[in-house]
Design a protein around this ligand. Structure first.
Ligand SMILES: Cc1cc2nc3c(=O)[nH]c(=O)nc-3n(C[C@H](O)[C@H](O)[C@H](O)COP(=O)(O)O)c2cc1C
Ligand SMILES: [Mn+2]
Length: 481
């Protein structure tokens, strides 16, 4: 049975040693953020803060809820020890079997309703997450629902939100993201306000799919049902015509007026830096907040590896790219987005059926899902495990010819938040991208392709079998091979 709410997921993680209750009081002002950041860097259990300074007992924060592949596997009800390949395959399979949501009449997210003048976002323990952030970010692991006014299709996506005042939020509404297309091309172009509903603290698959690259017009709600293998229970907003998960911990609703802006940022971003400047951004005017008794806020502390984005965005990105490459008939055997690369770099293993297949793979990646953020593509032969960084770095270091193997595309679309761009390039939205062909050239004769000196490659089958069979008899522990 999939998790019905965040609380069931918390219990399961706790049972499996993937969650740490923090009973000691912590400050929302940087302390909870710093603890969570350290948990990410150590791949420690998810910290579950029980008492936040200045807030009633019961008002809690859960950090880094999906910042390990183990927690992601638990969320998807897989074996907690599932490999990356198993997780991606399960996701790709379930992704093609959407299940529509179920409309609930009532739900725990309505246990407390605060509307109109009573709205005060500061009543919730929104964390001040990273040193230097522009404000308190209440929405960093959540979804925002908005509706395309022409088709009626509703988008659920994850876009950060900072508290601007007791009843306003602000956030990045990028033009190429679905919320940006809806807001800028539809509502703002017609000088109309856009309704929104934010759901924070949902069962785990909602946030996973909220940050995934689901095509425009496809309902994230249905995809969530498919990944869960069961419909998601949804409920109508209190003041807006939008659906949200019925068991959400907190729901924030209202309207984004056209053409109004306030300053947002900076923020510690997905690439592992505070890179983007403070800029005027749209304003979410809050009309109502509903929440469960003793609400739990979820928080992602993005930065260097390994955080929720590296794990979840890496996995969903690998899945979408893999599916796309398969659809194109490219002979790809594995895809990995290493969390250490913070969604900038992808590794693809392939068979080489003809010369320069790498150029077709890289072109498909740059033009496909997440293509704007993936600025470095590493293509390796199919005898390299793309999830094993020892093998990938070895292949890149020894098989990628510095001239022939490296192809730079100097005039490309710019990926925001990556700090190697100069101020001039940022101003012009001018990026450059690169792919590394770490495969042996197709036309080389067999004898020109040096044999890799690894256990797998350099010993006869009979010896390898003998060594594996007798491993423990030699005195080693099982599994070390
Ligand atoms: C923690 C977190 C915060 C994010 N914040 C933003 C954001 O502020 N703006 C944005 O455009 N994308 C942000 N993203 C990436 C989007 O969630 C992602 O691109 C997703 O595909 C967007 O949904 P859409 O395809 O429905 O537009 C964030 C991702 C994560 C994991
Ligand atoms: Mn979408």
């Amino acid at each position: 049975m999939p998790f019905q709410d965040l609380r069931e997921f918390i219990s399961r993680c706790e049972q499996l040693g993937e969650l740490q209750r923090v009973e000691r009081e912590v400050d929302w002002n940087l302390e909870a953020g710093a603890i969570t950041r350290r948990c990410c860097e150590l791949s420690a259990p998810a910290p579950f803060f029980q008492k936040i300074k200045g807030y009633p007992r019961g008002y809690r924060i859960l950090g880094a809820s999906m910042a390990t592949f183990k927690r992601l596997a638990i969320a998807m009800e897989l074996n907690p020890e599932a490999s990356f390949k198993e997780i991606v395959e399960a996701y790709m399979d379930r992704r093609t079997k959407p299940i529509k949501p179920r409309l609930a009449k009532d739900g725990p997210c309505k246990e407390n309703v605060i509307a109109g003048d009573a709205v005060d976002l500061y009543k919730l323990p929104a964390p001040y997450i990273h040193g230097g952030d522009g404000g308190r970010y209440i929405s960093t692991w959540h979804i925002i629902a908005t509706k395309d006014p022409d088709s009626g299709w509703v988008n659920w996506g994850m876009y950060r939100q900072m508290i601007a005042s007791k009843n306003t939020l602000t956030g990045l509404i990028a033009p190429a993201q679905h919320i940006g297309m809806i807001y800028r091309q539809k509502y703002e172009a017609r000088n109309k306000p856009m309704e929104f509903a934010v759901a924070i603290g949902t069962e785990p698959i909602t946030a996973l799919v909220g940050q995934a690259q689901i095509p425009y017009g496809v309902s994230e709600m249905d995809v969530i049902g498919g990944i869960r293998g069961e419909p998601l229970d949804v409920i109508k907003g209190q003041t807006v015509d939008l659906l949200v998960p019925a068991t959400s911990e907190v729901v924030i609703e209202g309207e984004v007026p056209p053409k109004e802006r306030t300053l947002e940022g900076p923020f510690g971003e997905y690439a592992g830096y505070r890179a983007m400047p403070v800029l005027p951004r749209p304003i979410y005017k809050v009309k109502a907040i509903t929440h469960r008794d003793d609400p739990i806020l979820t928080m992602s502390v993005m930065g260097i590896a390994v955080d929720d984005s590296g794990v979840c965005n890496g996995m969903t990105c690998a899945a979408e790219v893999f599916s796309n490459l398969k659809t194109l008939g490219l002979p790809v055997t594995g895809v990995y987005v290493p969390p250490e690369g913070c969604i900038t770099t992808i590794v693809i293993a392939t068979k080489v059926p003809y010369a320069n297949i790498a150029s077709r793979i890289a072109s498909a990646v740059f033009a496909g899902p997440m293509g704007q953020l993936l600025c470095k593509v590493i293509i390796v032969d199919d005898d390299v495990d793309p999830t094993n960084m020892r093998e990938v770095i070895h292949a890149w270091a020894t098989k990628c010819h510095p001239v022939r193997g490296t192809t730079v595309i100097p005039y490309a679309v710019y990926a925001p938040a990556v700090p190697y761009y100069s101020p001039e390039e940022i101003n012009d939205n001018h990026g450059s991208i690169v792919y590394y062909d770490c495969t042996y050239p197709y036309r080389w004769p067999k004898e020109a392709k040096a044999v890799r000196s690894s256990f797998r490659d350099i010993y006869p089958e009979e010896i390898k079998q003998r060594v594996l069979t007798n491993w423990q008899k030699y005195g080693f522990e099982e599994g070390i091979c």
